[in-house]
Design a protein around this ligand. Structure first.
Ligand SMILES: Nc1ncnc2c1ncn2[C@@H]1O[C@H](COP(=O)(O)OP(=O)(O)O)[C@@H](O)[C@H]1O
Ligand SMILES: [Mg+2]
Length: 313
């Protein structure tokens, strides 16, 4: 395994009586796009704020690049880029001036600073809007400005807290492509979201969070293998007798069969040739059927099986 960039051990964070993080653990390796996936209120932002030493915590330990992060760890912070959930830019500065301001916090060389600002503007594709003030930007463009401000100094480690919330599809795709590109250029990325499709699309590993706990961790494939559901086959059937449903239940790997609204739904816990077996059975029993669908589990199924509730709001 490659080197750890962030290690969080047994982190406990309370807001008065509320336990926002409950013995939370993480080990993020160099070069990952690590996804924190969980519903609103599960503790994603609190985790990031604790790692960045923006919040005090009650118990546990955190190290970043092998060091303890403190509010005044300036050296450490210069290697880190943060794109917060709430857009944080200056209304009285233009797009260019905002990005230049954030760059100036870490880059003192004038020529390099100018080059980095230009590169960041190009990266988020805001060239046409350099002289615009934030108030004149749409939600998606404002997010892109927020991102440019966070990454302009070319940090090795980047935190992005729900950067695609309330963003139009075009900006959303740009943001996701941008994250993958930053990663290809060498940055380690922590990405939080409650959109499982996005996390599935870009993350190398994912931690599923709920109520301040890290419930499961792994690649998308590993997470999907943790659950019982492996495949769902749905078949349009106009009519089917109870005894045939019983026969289906006895097929290998089948663990649940339902028949509702002319749709026969069969859940499998694994196996191969499931489709052939069930279609053969239906043919042999003289059951006529229409369209057939096969689905692999989604991260929502993983979330559902682990927590007993849907991830979708
Ligand atoms: N400053 C705060 N004071 C009190 N409770 C808070 C505060 N910030 C967050 N919380 C609570 O902590 C829990 C985790 O919140 P948060 O980390 O923002 O979750 P997420 O980012 O996953 O939506 C929620 O129940 C939230 O209401
Ligand atoms: Mg949050």
């Amino acid at each position: 395994m490659s080197e750890s960039v962030i290690v969080v051990e047994n982190l406990v964070k309370r807001y008065k009586e509320l336990i926002a993080l409950d013995h939370f653990n993480l080990d993020i390796k160099k070069g990952e796009i690590f996804g924190l996936l969980g519903p609103n209120g599960s503790g994603k932002t609190t985790t990031i704020n604790c790692i960045l030493a923006l919040l005090k915590f009650d118990k546990g330990s955190i190290s970043v690049f092998g060091e303890e992060m403190k509010p005044d760890s300036y050296e450490l912070k210069s290697k880190i880029g943060v794109v917060m959930q709430n857009v944080a830019v200056f209304d009285e500065l233009t797009v260019y001036e905002n990005i230049d301001y954030f760059c100036g916090l870490y880059i003192s060389d004038k020529k390099l600073r100018k080059q980095y600002v230009e590169e960041a503007i190009e990266f988020v594709d805001l060239g046409e809007f350099k002289k615009f003030y934030p108030k004149k930007l749409s939600g998606g463009l404002l997010r892109r400005l927020n991102i440019a401000c966070g990454i302009v100094h070319k940090p090795e480690l980047i935190f992005m807290d729900e950067p695609t919330v309330a963003v139009d599809p075009q900006s959303r795709n740009k943001i996701l492509e941008g994250i993958v590109e930053l990663n290809k250029m060498g940055a380690t990325i922590i990405y939080t979201s409650h959109y499982m499709e996005e996390v599935e699309q870009i993350c190398t590993r994912i931690a599923i969070m709920d109520k301040g706990k890290n419930l499961a961790i792994g690649t998308t494939d590993e997470l999907k293998k943790m659950i019982k559901r492996n495949e769902t086959i749905s078949i349009e059937v106009l009519e089917i007798a109870e005894n045939i449903i019983s026969l289906i239940k006895e097929l290998p790997h089948v663990y649940e069969v339902t028949y509702e609204e002319k749709m026969l739904k069969v859940l499998y816990s694994g196996g191969k040739h499931n489709l052939i077996r069930i279609l053969d059975l239906l043919k042999n029993e003289g059951v006529s059927f229409g369209r057939v669908y096969s689905e692999r589990p989604t991260l929502n199924d993983v979330f559902l099986e682990i927590t007993g509730k849907e991830l979708r709001d």
